[in-house]
Design a protein around this ligand. Sequence first.
Ligand SMILES: [Zn+2]
Length: 104
Amino acid sequence: MKIYGMDIKSVLIGGYEWAIEECELSGEGNEGCCNTERFVIQIQKGMREETVFATLIHEMIHAVFHTTGGDFGEDEEKIIKHLDMLLSKAIYDNFLKKKTRKDK
Ligand SMILES: [Zn+2]
């Protein structure tokens, strides 16, 4: 998967490698899926780059919770939705965005 000029085929989370797949996911509003049995993160094809990145971060947090044994039950999705957009934007703004202005 290409994102912000990076070619991402997998991510490492706690020493485990999770494959990244772009695919056609069924179901409305289904932007991503974290398959904890196959260690695969699936991302819906054809979305805007910011949404792809936010979805990747979202699914990575699911993977982190799976790895650490975090059990938040039905609240897990709610918790992650509070984190994904702003966290992905913060990661982009602080580490990925090309520094163009008076940034030092
Ligand atoms: Zn989710």
